[in-house]
Design a protein around this ligand. Structure first.
Ligand code: GLU
Length: 474
């Protein structure tokens, strides 16, 4: 066997790509990338009632948006049921598992009897050592693993440390149901083994499963993969992350205007750190990540921190790259579709030119939509309340002069030529620069905040700028 690391992400397709699932995928991906290994994707669709095609599509879409690529085709767990059956039957042949024949009512009575004696409600192993010839005729029976009854099962976990489970607490659990379908516990082991998974990285809600799964590995004589159970994400109040804390599905974070790289940076830092580094590129994360450095304690999701981090990533990003992501994300953003519909070549060029100024004032792509609104506004511009307050009678008189000055600008129309003209005008008239710039901004954008007013003049162009100013002085 080679030493190549093989990780996997194994979501159950019952809804969307959960934000916690995205972090699990990220840790698997980072570890694979860091070690030059591969990450596989397995869709755990064995539960036919809860699994949907739409949920699978949402998971693939979420991973793709985040850039968490998997190697090879996604594996369907359901389609591997014949193989799960084969291994369960082999375990029976090996004497490591056996058929049992209780009805649900009998099992309930068994649990009840145990409870009455103050014992944990476990299977009593009554078919464990019986001869198969005693099986009730015509019944198929469920296959149960012969779990060890003494000693302990130890999970060597790279995050949780050595976790010991007394074997007296593990009963002979079912690996194949009487209808021939594998249990989840069994399917996971067979799949991880067959897929050559060397490292299992998943939520710590699966830690007790790890003990039961170890029993199956041992029964088959298979190597137990390296295990890492990472703490779940909690809300700001310390309770397990739920809807009332905020969005759970990754697609909602796309709609809120977060950059994939920023979200990954934020998720990576939930429970993992590299010195004091807060801002990390994907390359940094790949270079620095090690599963052994993940904390044991639960991490708390802080929306304000995510937003601030997103703003930093937006400002750091190359303008063309940010432009491309912005345009690709527009259909998902609030107010974005209307803008996308009007994004012709001229508007694209204006947007790109305005981006350096716009991104200084935006923490999310949704705020960028808002900030870019002036580019797409139709004359006469709607003027918001704060902007209207900047357009008093006196201010309009100043605007009139500014309009005449700008009309007289000859040659190139750039931020520099516009600025020179306005500065001269302000000085000659004894106005403070702000007393000219503020009404100009209000007239040009309908807002009291915008990128630098000279950049706005340049981006809008001579004709549109003069027309917008004229709209406010007539
Ligand atoms: N399908 C399980 C889940 O979505 C993960 C199982 C595993 O990683 O072993 O929670």
């Amino acid at each position: 066997m080679s030493d190549k690391v093989v990780t996997r992400f194994a979501p159950s397709p019952t809804g969307y790509l959960h934000i916690g699932g995205a972090r699990t995928a990220l840790f698997n991906w980072l570890y694979a990338k860091h070690t030059g290994g591969t990450m596989l994707l397995r869709i755990e669709d064995t539960d036919r009632e809860r699994s949907t095609e739409a949920a699978t599509a949402a998971i693939l879409d979420g991973l793709t948006w985040l850039g968490l690529s998997w190697d090879g085709e996604a594996v369907s767990q359901f389609e591997r049921a014949p193989r799960h059956r084969e291994v369960a039957e082999e375990l029976v042949r090996l004497g490591k598992a056996y058929y049992s024949y209780e009805t649900p009512a009998e099992l309930e009575a068994m649990r009840e009897a145990a409870r009455a004696k103050g014992l944990p409600p476990r299977y009593n192993g009554q078919w464990r050592d019986r001869d198969p010839s005693e099986a009730p005729p015509g019944l198929k029976g469920a296959i149960r693993i012969k779990a060890p009854t003494e000693g302990e099962t130890v999970v060597h976990d790279r995050v949780q440390g050595e976790v010991r489970f007394p074997n007296k607490d593990l009963d002979d659990f079912i690996i194949l149901r009487s209808d021939g379908n594998p249990t989840y516990m069994h399917a996971v082991v067979v799949d991880d083994h067959d897929m050559g998974v060397t490292h299992i990285i998943r939520g710590d809600d699966h830690l007790t499963n790890a003990a039961r799964q170890t029993v199956i590995y041992n029964a088959m004589g298979w190597d137990v993969p390296s295990m890492s159970h990472i703490p779940l994400i909690h809300g700001a109040d310390g309770a397990k992350l739920s809807k009332r804390h905020g969005a759970l599905g990754v697609e909602a974070y796309r709609s809120m205007g977060y950059l994939p790289e920023a979200l990954l940076n934020y998720l990576a830092r939930l429970g993992w750190s590299h010195g004091d580094d807060e801002i990390m590129s994907i390359k940094d994360m790949i270079g620095w990540f090690d599963i052994g450095d993940v904390n044991k304690g639960a991490a708390r999701f802080d929306f304000a921190k995510l937003e601030a981090l997103n703003g930093v990533h937006m400002r750091k990003m190359d303008d063309h790259a940010l432009f491309d992501i912005f345009v690709a994300t527009l259909p998902y953003l609030e107010g974005g579709s209307a803008l996308a519909a009007r994004l012709d070549d001229q508007k694209k060029a204006q947007l790109l030119a305005a981006l350096p100024g716009l991104k200084e004032r935006a923490k999310t792509l949704v705020e960028l939509v808002d900030g870019a609104g002036f580019l797409f506004a139709e004359r006469p511009l709607p003027v918001d309340e704060k902007a209207a307050a900047l357009l008093s009678g006196e201010a309009r008189a100043v605007l009139r002069g500014a309009h005449a000055t700008l009309t007289a600008v000859s040659g190139d129309w750039t931020a520099a030529t516009a600025e020179a003209a306005i500065r001269d005008f302000a000085q000659a008239g004894g106005h403070k620069l702000g007393a000219v710039a503020q009404p100009l901004r209000a007239a040009l954008t309908g807002r009291s905040t915008s990128p630098g007013v000279f950049d706005v003049l340049a981006v809008l162009g001579r004709e549109e700028s003069l027309a917008r100013i004229a709209d406010q002085i007539d």
